[in-house]
Design a protein around this ligand. Structure first.
Ligand code: AVJ
Length: 321
């Protein structure tokens, strides 16, 4: 409950804040304290993530863009004409342009993202550049069953687009559940899925522990957001960024580590941290090509093509539904 004097945030921002508050309280109450990485992306967090994408150590974004650019023709050939593109977690709508430019008369683009307002602004820019394309944003949680506008007659395949290895944020069970949902939603079409590949742990470590400390700022920003939106009293300098590769589980784990014994209050409830105790903030799972293929088959897809960069850092899969 916001103190009386705080200016009423718009409905949506308030709902997001209260969801953030509920999930943070629940997350801090668990023994292994954790909070979902979806809360990284406030305005500051999104700006920090954009900077991460340009870091020399963070290869995934530029590598995926290169694959989408170099193999656009082959990807378009798999998808076919008059396609409808459904993008899960559509950020700034830049990657999809590579796809739209390669496809033969794409008919419709349905970006799905939890935050509606920035989606609408990006969609308006896209409409201006692609006048033949029906752009219909949907503000929703794409991990839940989706109801989409019925396909227009003469429409081609329904194609899911899930780039960026965001699938890696899910646990294996969550990833399977999401892929099973997608296979049903995209029946008759397919899913174009970008995933980061298992590789030299030193490369993975560097990608989440950049020399400039941008990833550390991105991770710590979560505490700044909690202080700003939930009136918590995190001493941000009292926590440090930690990211390490858990090789058996094939994932980068990101945590915020308490430097010392300290107490944080949220809504009047105190949460004591021992020195070294952490808040788990993100899993970033890495995949092998065969591992992803068997997960896709288990979810009801038929893997039809895969493209990688020359150094096999990243992979883009075409999975027929
Ligand atoms: C946007 C979830 C794919 O897991 O690599 C980047 C987020 N976290 N640096 C990732 C992230 C730390 C990124 N994803």
């Amino acid at each position: 409950t916001l103190p009386r004097d705080v200016a009423r945030a718009p409905e949506q921002a308030q709902a997001a804040t209260s969801e953030f508050g509920r999930e943070l309280r629940a997350g801090l109450s668990r023994r292994m304290r954790s909070v979902s990485p979806k809360f990284f992306y406030d305005v500051e967090g999104s700006a920090l993530f954009d900077r991460i994408c340009d870091l020399p150590e963070y290869y995934p974004t530029r590598t995926e863009l290169r694959i989408l650019t170099d193999r656009a023709g082959e990807i378009a050939a798999q998808i076919g004409p008059n396609a409808e593109i459904i993008e899960f977690g559509a950020g700034s709508l830049t990657k999809v342009r590579l796809l739209l430019d390669a496809l033969e008369t794409p008919r419709r683009y349905v970006p799905i993202d939890i935050s509606g307002e920035h989606l609408e602004a990006a969609a308006a820019r896209l409409r201006a550049d692609y006048p033949q394309l029906a752009v219909q944003p949907v503000a929703a949680d794409y991990t839940m069953p989706l109801v989409l506008p019925a396909q227009a007659e003469g429409a081609g395949r329904r194609v899911g687009f899930f780039p960026g290895s965001t699938l890696g944020n899910f646990t294996p069970d969550e990833a399977l559940a999401f892929l099973q949902l997608s296979a049903r939603l995209l029946r008759g079409g397919g899913l174009l899925l970008g995933v980061d590949l298992v590789k030299d742990p030193a490369l993975l470590h560097a990608a989440y522990n950049d020399a400039q400390g941008v990833t550390a700022a991105f991770n710590l920003n979560l505490l700044r957001r909690a202080n700003a939106e939930l009136q918590t009293d995190f001493d941000v300098d009292g926590f440090t960024h930690a990211a390490f590769y858990n090789a058996p589980l094939q994932r980068i784990e990101m945590h915020l580590v308490s430097r010392r014994a300290q107490t944080v209050t949220l809504d009047g409830e105190a949460f004591a941290f021992a020195e070294g105790e952490t808040i788990h903030t993100e899993h970033s799972h890495k995949f092998t090509i065969d591992g992803l293929r068997s997960l896709a088959i288990k979810a009801g897809f038929t893997p039809a093509a895969v493209w990688t960069d020359p150094d096999r850092l990243f992979s883009v899969h075409w999975l027929q539904a």
